[in-house]
Ligand binder design. Structure first.
Ligand code: NAP
Length: 487
């Protein structure tokens, strides 16, 4: 089934897709549609509704630069407030008419004769746009651990990103697997509710105090009346966060004060030396995402919470048995085990020019020119593509830089009256070689930990290795000489 096709298809309505849509409209491109696989916009901020879900980057920075929100209730806004902000933004900029829900893209193939993409949805619909902007992000395919015997388990199981709100945890015996960014937010919430909680920790994260507080009404009033004050506040946060990149990318030794703060946090919040030792990481701070929480360690000290560091040896009908033989009776298992990050990009069914599959293109690892474009895949743009993630600042900043890059490619196409644009292979090589040289000496490669930042060969395919302003400077305007145009 084919229908009249828009000139541009955006996939996903998270911060990336939404931001792209707004900027397309602002630049006079109105012929586009946003395909969203779920029933509401928001992407990860729609999917993740677990108790305690909130941003771990200050909200004044984790929001669009073109749509400051003077009304953030807290320094780190909770999920419903972030989603409401995204909904409001969609309304304000007239994006809603372009949204198409329940539209899951199954495959994309470039038709070189027509110079169009065939975008096939799971319901069989085929759209044939000139350009595709992928805003699918990295955090949307839940990763489930392969626990031996899990198929025998008779209780309830669910993932943090697919929280089962119909299941009442009150008075239940619950196992939580994982101690990442999501788990440290929901564990303190559910610990108060459950009968008892066993937390399976494989690797402890470094955690620092969360400088979270309500933003008082008078301050919000000032932000509302004086937009320059909101802007200045945001800029202050930006530079404070940016300072952290120095230790992560230049020399991990510069992060020593960060580690000191995290150690002090453990000492201050946990009295029991055994528990302190359990939760203290043995790798360099920053190697995994540094987490922020004021209530996680206190939750672990509750009498109804056990931190278990022996791995899961076996799951039985009503229990979990650890590698050292301890058996815990449980009613439910909650997975805080994160997402299939590199698969999110690498497993897509995308076929470019000359029938080349994206998996062939990425046989040696995922990469893209300035994290955004690929030779052989004309007019296809990845927002939050390879190596555009961050460990120190807001990814919304990265997304906005990439959006400017896409817009400048579209403008070049218009100016030159060309139909397709793709980067030159040598431009991709030069960009990637430079970036990976920097990555090799970063804390993520040398910090002594395993993380989802690295692929199966230990190569970092997710993070940008420098300051975000460097990325901004290098992406905001596409260099015509790095691109090939088809007329
Ligand atoms: P995550 O950071 O990848 O954490 C997954 C946790 O599960 C880790 O502790 C991991 O242990 C553990 N795990 C995974 N597989 C396991 C297995 N087979 N057996 C035992 N343990 C296992 O996932 P996440 O917490 O969902 O967060 C993912 C990303 O989402 C974050 O890094 C962040 O970028 C984002 N996020 C952001 C916010 C926010 O506030 N803005 C909140 C939540 C998430 P290992 O460390 O040993 O692998």
């Amino acid at each position: 089934m084919s229908e009249r096709s828009p000139a541009i298809v955006i996939i996903g309505s998270g911060f990336a897709g939404l931001g792209m849509a707004v900027q397309l409209k602002k630049s006079g491109f109105n012929d586009f549609v946003i395909l969203e696989k779920s029933r509401a916009l928001g992407g990860t901020w729609h999917d993740n509704t677990y108790p305690g879900c909130a941003c771990d980057v200050p909200s004044h920075m984790y929001s669009f630069s073109f749509e400051l929100n003077p009304g953030w209730s807290r320094m780190f806004a909770p999920q419903p407030e972030i989603q409401a902000y995204m909904e409001r933004t969609a309304d304000k900029y007239g994006v809603r008419d372009h949204l198409r829900f329940d539209s899951h893209v199954e495959a994309m193939e470039y038709d070189d004769a027509a110079k169009r993409w065939d975008v096939t949805l799971t319901d069989g619909t085929v759209l044939r746009p000139r350009a595709v902007v992928s805003g699918i992000g990295a955090l949307h395919i839940p990763s489930y651990p392969d626990l031996p015997g899990i198929e025998r388990f008779q209780g309830t199981t669910f993932h943090s990103a697919e929280w089962n709100h119909d299941y009442d945890l009150t008075g239940k015996r619950v196992a939580v697997i994982g101690t990442g960014a999501s788990a440290i937010q929901f564990v303190p919430q559910i610990a108060k509710q459950v009968d008892n909680l066993v937390l399976f920790q494989r690797t402890p994260p470094w955690i620092q105090p969360k400088p979270d507080r309500a933003i008082p009404a008078p301050v919000r009033k000032v932000f509302e009346k004086v937009p320059a004050a909101t802007r200045a506040f945001r800029n202050g946060i930006y530079w404070a966060l940016e300072a952290r990149a120095v230790g992560f990318t230049i020399d991990p030794r510069l992060s020593a004060p960060q580690e000191k703060l995290a150690r002090w946090h453990i000492k201050r919040q946990i009295a029991d030396p055994e528990l302190r030792a359990k939760v203290t990481p043995d790798y360099t701070v920053g190697c995994k995402r540094v987490l922020l929480s004021n209530d996680y360690y206190p939750a672990l000290t509750r009498p109804n919470v056990t931190v278990e560091t022996a791995g899961v040896a076996e799951v039985r009908e009503h229990s979990i048995v650890t590698a050292d033989g301890t058996e815990y009776e449980v009613d439910a298992i909650v997975y805080g085990t994160g997402f299939k990050v590199t698969d999110a990009l690498g497993e897509q069914r995308i076929v470019g020019r000359d029938g080349r599959k994206i998996q062939e293109q990425w046989a040696d690892g995922i990469e893209a020119y300035r994290g955004t474009t690929l030779p052989g895949f004309p007019n296809l743009f990845f927002l939050l593509g390879p190596n555009t993630g961050l460990g120190h600042n807001s990814v919304v900043f990265m997304i906005e830089s990439q959006i400017q890059h896409v817009l400048s490619c579209l403008r070049l196409l218009q100016e030159r009256e060309a139909v397709a644009v793709e980067p030159k292979p040598e431009a991709l090589r030069a960009f990637n070689d430079r970036m990976h040289k920097r990555l090799r000496r970063s804390v993520w490669s040398e910090g002594g930990c395993q993380s989802w930042y690295l692929d199966e060969n230990g190569v970092n395919r997710t993070l940008w290795p420098g300051h975000t302003f460097e990325f901004w400077a290098s992406t905001r305007k596409a260099k015509a000489e790095d691109y090939t145009f088809t007329y």
